[in-house]
Write a protein that binds this ligand. Structure first.
Ligand code: ZN
Ligand code: ZN
Length: 172
C-alpha cells in the first residue's frame, strides 16, 4: 500500500485527535452526568434526612450526604459543562455563521449597487445608446435623443426610459 501524501497524514492525524477528543468528551459527559446524579441523590437524601430527623427531634444521621452531595453535584455539573461545551460552542457558531454569511450575501448586491450608483453619480447613461451624459442634460451628446419625454399615460414630462417614473406605465 502506498504512503499517503502529507495532507492525508495531516487529515488522518486530525481525525485521530478528533476521535480521541470525542472519546474524552464522551467520558467527561458520562462521568459528569453520573457524578452529578450521585451528588444530587446524596444531597436530596441528606436534605430529606435532615428535615425528617429534625421533625422527629433526633439528629440527622445522613447529613454527610448533603455535605458530600453538593460538591459532587458541582463537580459533576462542571464536568458536564466541559463535556458539552464544544457542542454548545459549535451550536452557537453554526447558528451565527450562516446568518453572517446570509447577511453578507444579502449585502453584496446592495454594496455593489451603492458602488455603481456612486460611480455613475454626476452622469446619466443614455437609454438609447448607453453613453454617459451630464446629469441634467436634456439630450444625449452622443446620439442626440431626448432624455425627457411626455408620458402618454399621465402627461408628465419624465426622464426617458422603459417606464414612466411618475405613473409607472410603459413610455413606449
Ligand atoms: Zn445616446
Ligand atoms: Zn406617466
Amino acid at each position: 500500500m502506498r504512503e499517503g501524501s502529507s495532507m492525508d497524514v495531516q487529515e488522518k492525524d486530525r481525525a485521530e485527535a478528533l476521535k480521541k477528543y470525542r472519546r474524552i468528551k464522551l467520558a467527561l459527559k458520562i462521568v459528569g452526568v453520573v457524578v452529578a446524579a450521585a451528588g444530587l441523590g446524596l444531597a436530596v437524601m441528606g436534605f430529606a434526612d435532615m428535615f425528617l430527623s429534625t421533625a422527629d427531634g433526633g439528629s440527622p444521621s445522613l447529613f454527610w450526604g448533603l455535605i458530600a452531595g453538593l460538591p459532587l453535584l458541582g463537580i459533576g455539573g462542571m464536568l458536564c459543562l466541559a463535556g458539552f461545551r464544544r457542542e454548545i460552542v459549535r451550536y452557537t457558531k453554526d447558528e451565527t455563521v450562516p446568518v453572517l454569511n446570509e447577511a453578507g450575501q444579502e449585502l453584496t448586491p446592495a454594496v455593489s449597487a451603492i458602488a455603481g450608483a456612486v460611480k455613475s453619480a454626476g452622469e446619466d447613461l443614455c437609454p438609447h445608446c448607453g453613453e454617459p451624459n451630464e446629469k441634467d442634460a436634456k439630450f444625449c451628446r452622443h446620439c442626440g435623443s431626448a432624455f425627457f419625454v411626455t408620458c402618454p399615460h399621465c402627461g408628465e414630462t419624465v426622464k426617458d426610459g422603459k417606464f414612466c417614473d411618475k405613473c409607472g406605465e410603459t413610455l413606449h
